[in-house]
Design a protein around this ligand. Structure first.
Ligand SMILES: [Cu+2]
Length: 140
């Protein structure tokens, strides 16, 4: 009797454990595709005024395609992708990306602090460089 109920408890635990494992595996990473274009603008398909919205602390796969504008860095970087807090323009750790021509994926984690942020280009890519930014919102 004792053995049997112990076995039953074991089976229930195993089933619950499997359920948890399955749901975390099924949880999808937020994929965001951005074009850092040759006219010194960030673009997102389907958005006239591109904006990124993510959940606090959420895992993100950033897939960025960069196209060369007029000028670039000596190291071959043609655009940057740096995340700043909108309130004081301070940099967010780990979000200072430099882009080479072509498409690259970056595994990122959204900031833990909800609020408004801005993505800016850190490479002087043309006379339009100062206009190369993107609104980035972190929701709770
Ligand atoms: Cu740029």
């Amino acid at each position: 009797m004792r053995t049997r109920s112990g076995l039953l408890a074991g089976v229930i635990l195993a089933v619950c454990g499997a359920g948890v494992a399955q749901s975390s595996a099924a949880r999808q990473v937020h994929v965001i595709e951005v074009l850092a274009d040759k006219d010194s603008r960030y673009k997102i398909a389907g958005q006239a005024r591109p904006e990124i919205t993510v959940g606090a602390g959420e895992p993100i796969l950033l897939r960025i395609t960069a196209r060369k504008a007029k000028t670039w860095n000596r190291d071959g970087s043609i655009h940057g992708f740096s995340l700043l807090r909108a309130k004081d323009r301070s940099k967010v750790d780990g979000w200072d990306l430099l882009l080479k021509p072509g498409t690259k994926e970056f595994q990122m984690t959204a900031p833990q602090e909800p609020g408004e942020y801005v993505v800016v280009c850190t490479v002087i890519c043309s006379e339009e460089h100062e206009g190369m930014f993107l609104k980035f919102v972190v929701t709770p």
